[in-house]
Write a protein that binds this ligand. Sequence first.
Ligand code: ZN
Ligand code: ZN
Ligand code: FE
Length: 759
Amino acid sequence: MEKSKAIEAVVFGVVQGVGFRPFIYRTARNLKYSGWVKNIGFGVEIHLESETPCDFNNFIKALKHNKPPLARIEKIDIRSAAWFGCREFHIKKTGKGRSFVFISPDISICDNCHKEMNTSTDRRFLYPFINCTDCGPRYTIVNSLPYDREKTTMAGFKMCSNCQKEYSDPMDRRYHAQPIACPACGPQVPLLNTCPGNPISRGIKTATELLKSGNILAVKGLGGFHLVCDPFNKETVQKLRKIKARNYKPLALMAKDINAIKNYAHVSPEEKEQLCSPRRPIVLLKKKNDIPGIAPGLNELGFMLPYTPLHYLLLEDIELFIATSSNLKDSPIMKDENEGVGKLCDYILTHDRPISMRADDSVMKIFNSRPLFIRRARGYVPYPQAVPEQLKYSGQILALGGELKDTISVYKNGYVITSQFLGDLDEYQNFKYFQEAIAHLSRLFDIKPDVIVSDLHPDFHTTRYAEKSGLPHLQVQHHFAHILAPMLEHNIARKEKVLGIALDGFGYGNDGTAWGGEFLLADYSGYERFAHFEYLPLPGGDLAAKQPWRMSLAYLYNIFGRDLPALASLMKISPDKIKGVIRMIEQKLCCPQSSSCGRLFDAVSFLAGLAPIEVEFEAQAPMLLESCADSKINHGYEFELSRSSEKDSFKGPYIVSFSKTIKAIVKDIENQMSISELSAKFHNTLADIIVAVAIKCRQEHNINTVVLSGGVFLNKFLVQAAFKQLEKQDFHILRPVLYSPNDESISLGQIAFALEQKA
Ligand code: ZN
Ligand code: ZN
Ligand code: FE
């Protein structure tokens, strides 16, 4: 920067509602500059003056390196400005007008506030709503923007004079902290009895005692209620599982501190970093000392650390508790006592700060030192995703995602904002949540879409919603969207081609069949199916996903016909049922064709004796299989990779056939090979297939970038094996890091396609 007497700097990014203006104020004053700072429609504008010409570099450096923890700078535009001879530096009032401002996600209580809360002389001693500009709720309490107190769910609380003083003082760490509160003026925490909802006490201490004596409490957090109870009390855990109608699904734990976690699980430095980050996700950790009944049959436990002051107070003399979201099966997390949370628990520990937007806890594993998201929600939403320069578009886009594990995404001014996980939209309550999320994001970011995007599936609720909207409607094939999402995240250039490997349970293919083991040669504009898993019947359609033995039969029948091998796992099914399914397959009754990878996992998991006759949740059978895989085994089974029309001038896609694989698996089962070896060999086979197809694609198309996406890639064993093999062959590998590989990323991929069409 050339020397001048005044500059103007415009900062874009997450810079409002995060203590950015007071930080600028303090920095400018320290460096003896005069001028002003103010919020503008899309960021923060700074005017700096100096008595003598200078380059202001010390200021810009401080801006980049000492910024408040919640601020995220996307871009700074600096130019020289007119010199007005300002006397001092001050914070100017925000003007009115249309805006596009990023807001911070909800953030856990910071160290300063934590310390204050534990100081007996502080006026917020033990106050469960202590917060400051560096911490506390954001996304879940904002009704609309600009982010001012009146636009949040704190609007109903009138600040006391002490809070008002802190709020108005630029040197105070609560300057413009919108949720500012204290015991005199802020929200309270009544403990309710579930019957008529009468307060029985105001004590968090009482709540702790109730937890210790085996009660289930609903505790109101940031994005909704948790159901909280003692993980060591078998009866209570059983009761909780009955209430949630979940016998096997793993339950999340919240522990007092990292040492408490280490008593039960192994924690790597990277895992610790995520656990302790202000976003406070649930991190899946390898079991050390199992707590029976929490994650049956699996080798990991999901832990998180406290993130609200209330959590800390509850955990004062408890080591850990179960903290699972308060929802009925296939309904969203409850945010309000009136939604029936009383039916799920013995007592309710609630508070009177309303939740504007629901959000579940985020869940991740760590792979290669970076997150692998199973669920992206609280703490990460609504961070913006910049799109590649060549894809920028002047209009606005709304993408609706798929149907299971849905999210929505909106695009405006070069950024995509993806909603939190919304769940399975086939359920009425979740569909309402989907509508709430559209309304919320549209309001926050002032979105008026001129294009709407959905999946190709004609019967998805999202597709129908798009059709009814009356807007120009684009549709994107499911697996193509899976690949587009990480392409956008990793800033792949507009014309660049990649090999996208999308492995998942199910997505509607452009030939009307159920795809799920797909190798797509793709760029933003479209794809060619380079290879896919062989088609097999799904006996009973959707039922095949619930009852893994049906898939086992489909694979076995494909090889052995009616002459099925006598496997122990098949003995669990009555001969009549087996005959019935064989008949369905032979007569092609209710047997849609599918290349699903998830169903292959189901089949193998059942054959190996792991999967139950009927699964409780979608990924149960594959998770059981992954859990027992022995990482010391590094070879796989045989498979076939062939091209159906090798002789024709038109070469169709390669077909991956598992006949040899399944035959060998059956033999290994008959020879009583250990399940851990068998499982590892099966996983390694898929990694072998991935690299074999990638090599063919490189030979034929000179493509070196491989994108891995789809729910199957939540399988850490498989991701690890695939990475190892692909790296050995020098492939450039991309996988989703900021988003989940599962269907949560579909809406982001849909935006990428729409941008390519519009740019
Ligand atoms: Zn704080
Ligand atoms: Zn107050
Ligand atoms: Fe999918």
